[in-house]
Design a protein around this ligand. Structure first.
Ligand code: PBG
Length: 328
């Protein structure tokens, strides 16, 4: 019985009707807020390509976290800018490293510690060359050496858990890192620390502004020998499958908007908790359009987030976390 008996517009007439039949929800608790921790005190350095995002010293990060907690945000994802960088990324696995210190400070705050503290596990912010693994250099070539990188990543994950991370989140894309990190956590007695693996992470131009925020741009070459080719969906499913076999508890898909089909395919296929990362470039391009008056800020922001939830993500890592939570 088609039109005129059937009229889909009947259920769109008022906001209460629309709310009643709404299929996808978005709550502050679904949002994870990334923070970039830097040395010093009282530091709030703006990132020019990401309006509203700052490098924060530990004391400022605690204040930011307390505000996030009061808005009902689900958790934080911590990145660090170390005092100094070297070939072995020692700042990443130093028990007194910048994120480790931030974690200990955050755990002292009664309100901030209610947030789920996720710590990114990667070497690129801590290596002098800016790559996510150990670099093997020859005269006219270089390679990101997978297996020696695993030891450093494992040390990093273990150290972050000892400092108080509730979840460790490897984003390096080395083969075998989840198993290596699991072994290191377990050897420390941290058998209850979950691993959120950036299982399907594509080599993306949309990470550009992040590399300014985290000072992590590779000094030579690019990340295409370890991050995935943006054209590949079947390979993404294999990455996820292998990370789960290695012991990943949850998966993170990244970027979000240009890869919503991958998010959806993963949701259909895997019954594990899954997040998606609305990355820096997604945030920056929306902001650029807001500033020009080309897009309506609140509506475009919420629409970008609900789209990611509808594709199948349980939670979303987003720089809009606070702004979105304020409206929701
Ligand atoms: C570290 C890492 C990156 C991002 C998250 N973890 C950068 C990269 O891979 O170059 C990007 C996040 C963003 O763009 O917001 N490897």
């Amino acid at each position: 019985m088609p039109f005129p008996e059937i009229r889909l517009r009947r259920l769109r007439r008022t906001e209460s009707l629309r709310a009643l039949v709404r299929e996808t929800t978005l709550n502050p608790g679904d949002l994870i807020y990334p923070l970039f921790i830097c040395p010093g005190e009282g530091v709030r350095n703006p990132i020019s390509s990401m309006p509203g995002v700052f490098n924060l010293s530990v004391d400022q990060a605690v204040r930011e976290a307390e505000e996030a907690a009061s808005l009902g945000i689900g958790g934080l994802l911590l990145f660090g800018l170390p005092d100094s960088k070297d070939e072995q990324a020692s700042g990443a696995w130093d028990d007194n490293g910048i994120v480790q210190r931030a974690l200990r400070a955050l755990k002292q705050s009664p309100s901030a510690k209610k947030l789920v503290m996720m710590a990114d596990v990667c070497l690129c912010e801590y290596t002098s060359h800016g790559h996510c693994g150990v670099v093997l250099k020859s005269e006219d070539n270089y390679e990101i050496d997978n297996d020696p990188s695993l030891e450093l990543l494992a040390r990093t994950g273990a150290s972050l858990a000892r400092a108080g991370a509730d979840i460790v989140a490897p984003s390096d894309m080395m083969d075998g890192r989840v198993a290596a990190i699991r072994r290191a956590l377990d050897a420390d007695g941290n058998t209850n620390t979950p691993i959120l693996s950036y299982a399907s992470k594509f080599a993306s131009a949309f990470y550009g502004p992040f590399r300014e925020a985290a000072d992590s741009a590779p000094q030579f070459g690019d990340r295409r020998s370890y991050q995935m080719d943006g054209a590949n969906l079947r390979e993404a499913m294999r990455e996820i499958e292998l990370d789960l076999v290695e012991g990943a508890d949850m998966i993170l898909m990244k970027p979000a908007m240009p890869y919503l089909d991958v998010v959806h395919a993963a949701r259909e296929r895997f019954g594990v908790p899954m997040g998606a990362y609305q990355v820096s470039g997604e945030y920056s391009m929306l902001h650029a359009a807001f500033e020009k008056g080309w897009l309506e800020r609140d509506r475009a922001m919420l629409e970008s987030l609900i789209g990611i939830r509808r594709a199948g993500a349980d939670f979303i890592v987003t720089y809009f976390a606070k702004d979105a939570a304020k409206i929701l």
